[in-house]
Design a protein around this ligand. Structure first.
Ligand code: FEO
Length: 170
């Protein structure tokens, strides 16, 4: 049996990851609306990855005999002032998700729940990548975003991103 507090946090994370997917779908939607289709593609794939994350938590709970409680997903409430704003919002959101993963890890550590700690290891590493990706996008937009030709190239680079399934298999 998994620890009750760890289960509650893992269950909450299913919802948080679906919210992340919803937020990135909204960002993709925003970039489509200003004709930056490469950025829209990048965030559409990001939304797919977040759905995968949600399903990994979901599957982990089921595999441990826990029935998942599905809760309402919040409406993405951000209004983006310009093409840079969603990138700052992404970094801020990923840092928040990192704090959530750390909280679950701390609860699992406290409960000597080594199985959940091992499961969460993948997410600890993944959050490092997510924050780096967000920082890289901000840096590229700062460098190239104000020049039309450079922005066109950056948009083309992001258009080339393709979906790949998560490396963690349960
Ligand atoms: Fe599910 Fe963007 O981390």
């Amino acid at each position: 049996m998994l620890n009750e507090k760890v289960v509650a946090l893992l269950n909450q994370q299913v919802n948080k990851e679906f919210y992340s997917a919803y937020l990135y779908l909204e960002i993709s939607n925003f970039y489509d609306s200003i004709s930056l289709d490469g950025f829209a593609n990048w965030f559409m794939i990001q939304a797919q990855e977040e759905r995968d994350h949600a399903m990994l938590f979901y599957r982990y709970l089921l595999n441990n005999g826990i029935k998942v409680q599905l809760e309402a997903i919040d409406k993405p409430d951000k209004v983006f002032a310009d093409k840079k704003a969603p990138l700052a919002a992404t970094l801020e959101h990923e840092m928040y998700v990192t704090s959530l993963i750390n909280d679950i890890y701390a609860a699992a550590y406290e409960a000597r729940d080594f199985r959940s700690m091992q499961f969460l290891d993948w997410f600890v590493k993944e959050q490092g990548e997510e924050e780096k990706n967000a920082n890289d996008l901000i840096a590229k937009m700062e460098l190239f975003g104000d020049d039309a030709k450079s922005l066109y190239m950056l948009n083309s680079e992001l258009a080339a991103r393709v979906y790949s399934a998560p490396s963690l298999v349960l």
